[in-house]
Design a protein around this ligand. Structure first.
Ligand SMILES: [Zn+2]
Length: 229
């Protein structure tokens, strides 16, 4: 099996996992991966991603022009292309509508608070990308404001986008975001989640190679600041 065939098999597998995890229903969600020669492979529009075959996938160039495949590429292809254009390190992109994370996105609340070391120490957080119509160039432009420093994004009133150096990593990041959202939601019924201290937040971000997010992730204020000294 050549590399392209292996990647196609993996996209089919991760589509099934997104569906099995109930992160997508109907024809929602999309997955893509970078191929050689300035091409990407992406899921088709209008199909349930839990039941795809490798032959359903579409090959496009970096402008979104189709070169292989019977159907049409995902209507969300512009945000995938924006990720590959802006981030040479990104090899795969995952987009889904997991319920807890989407509940934050429809409330206009970013998942950018330092609550769980697991989240801060892997992704830092997931910023809220301002609303624009799904599939629009404007949505891709809004995403580009954050894309240099994050690997997970909450698309306002819509869903979640995650980037990775592999399909596995982009899928794992989707799970991390949804788990974090579920825990925050659950903690709300118990008086809300505590924020980690700024010292601990800084330590976690530094260890994750994300020191550039120190002023963006919401953490507890230092006691000095609270007392106003
Ligand atoms: Zn979507």
């Amino acid at each position: 099996m050549d590399n392209q065939a292996k990647i196609a098999e993996k996209i089919v597998e991760y589509g099934r996992r997104l569906y099995d995890r109930k992160y997508i229903v109907g024809a929602e969600g999309n997955l893509s991966a970078r191929l050689d020669g300035g091409r990407i492979i992406i899921t088709p529009a209008g199909m349930n991603k839990g039941y795809m075959k490798p032959s359903d996938l579409i090959i496009c160039d970096m402008r979104g022009e189709k070169s292989e495949g019977a159907g049409q590429p995902s209507t969300e292809i512009k945000i995938h292309l924006a990720a590959y254009r802006n981030r040479p390190d990104v090899m795969a992109v995952c987009h889904a509508h997991p319920v807890y994370a989407v509940s934050f996105s429809v409330a206009g609340t970013a998942l950018d608070m330092a609550v769980l070391p697991e989240m801060v120490g892997t992704l830092g957080g997931a910023p809220l990308v301002e609303y624009a119509s799904p599939g629009s160039a404007e949505l891709a432009a809004n995403l580009e404001k954050y894309i240099d420093r994050y690997d997970a994004f909450l698309l306002q009133s819509h869903g979640v986008l995650t980037l990775g150096r592999s399909l596995e990593e982009s899928f794992d990041r989707m799970e991390t975001v949804e788990r974090f959202a579920e825990i925050l939601f659950t903690a709300d019924g118990r008086g809300g989640a505590d924020l980690l201290s700024s010292v601990e937040t800084e330590r976690l971000l530094k260890a994750a190679g994300r020191s550039n997010l120190i002023n963006e992730i919401i953490c507890a204020e230092d006691e000095e600041n609270v007392s106003g000294e």
